[in-house]
Design a protein around this ligand. Structure first.
Ligand code: AMP
Length: 289
């Protein structure tokens, strides 16, 4: 497995691979890898000939008061996990080799990045789309893999790729959860034992949304109200948002039909957690005649 800390040798390897007509899969991460990340890596290994995983805690997607400095890092373990899971090239650049002195070029997807997480994290998605664009240009992947865990991020990236005609296919893989249902996240490491227990409420609230929906509830506000009540019953959780939106523009949907995203963000102590679920009304198939 190759390990690159600077851009040039990685680009040279990629050029060689491309000449051999091999397909390239790419999994961008911020490291501290868990089964969620590894599911993307394994999928990439199945689908493509040469897999690059990047490990880069991207400073420009963190707000000034956010957890950039204390974000969990374990590069040694990450490299080992990449090796075991079949990665061909790890890219773990230093900040200065991604953002050279005087860096001033940014990529921004408008409107949908102001909603949901964008409301409390201004500039976050601009940081994500900028680094992802730069990484795409370096790695030149045929397919790039993202997790449904960060549903808004996946939607933003897809929109950017489509609108800017970027020559890459975006695959979005399902949320990987702990046995009890908590969505895996590097930030779960921040939780105390007691907070970890509380965190399960997030998953439970989404399960409740699904149950209500299955029973026929189509009024978003009723579902959100029930979710709020369930979360409020657990002391020590602050709801940032609960929203039911369409999966294209992320606009609030009052009455559910077709496919919608139920997205939740909460604070448990000093830790911000997000999770989501998709609700879909059955498509009525036209009988073939
Ligand atoms: P991160 O390191 O948090 O930036 O995540 C890197 C990629 O892994 C993103 O595309 C995430 O959506 C994805 N990811 C993170 N957690 C999970 C999870 N529990 N299940 C599936 N994908 C995930």
């Amino acid at each position: 497995m190759q390990i690159h800390r600077t851009t040039k040798p990685l680009v040279e390897s990629i050029e060689k691979i491309k000449k051999e007509d091999k397909s390239i899969g790419f999994v961008p991460t911020m490291g501290c890898l868990h089964e969620g990340h590894l599911s993307l890596i394994r999928k990439a290994c199945k689908d493509t000939d040469w897999v690059v995983a990047s490990i880069f805690v991207n400073p420009i997607q963190f707000g000034p008061k956010e957890d950039f400095k204390k974000y969990p890092r374990d590069f040694k373990r990450d490299i080992e996990l990449c090796r075991i899971n079949g990665v061909d090239g790890v890219f773990m650049p230093q900040t200065k080799s991604i953002y050279e002195k005087g860096f001033s070029s940014f990529v921004n997807v408008e409107n949908i990045t102001d909603r949901l997480c964008g409301e409390s994290r201004p500039g976050h998605f601009r940081g994500v789309t900028t680094v992802v664009t730069k990484l795409f240009n370096i790695v030149q992947p045929d397919i790039a893999y993202f997790g449904q865990k960060d549903a808004q991020q996946a939607i933003v990236i897809k929109k950017m790729v489509e609108e800017l005609s970027m020559p890459v296919k975006i695959e979005v893989a399902p949320i990987v959860r702990e046995k009890d249902g908590l969505a895996m996240s590097s930030r779960n490491a921040y939780l105390t034992k007691n907070e970890r227990k509380k965190a399960l409420t997030l998953y439970r609230s989404l399960q409740m949304a699904k149950t209500l929906f299955k029973k026929g509830e189509r009024d978003s506000r009723a579902i959100i109200h029930a979710m709020r009540q369930l979360i409020h019953a657990e002391p020590g959780i602050k709801i940032e948002y609960i929203s039911i939106v369409d999966t294209q523009e992320l606009s609030f949907v009052r009455r559910i039909s077709g496919e919608v995203l139920v997205a939740v963000a909460v604070w448990i102590g000093k830790t911000r957690l997000i999770d989501n679920a998709i609700l879909e009304t059955r498509k009525v198939r036209k009988e073939r005649g």
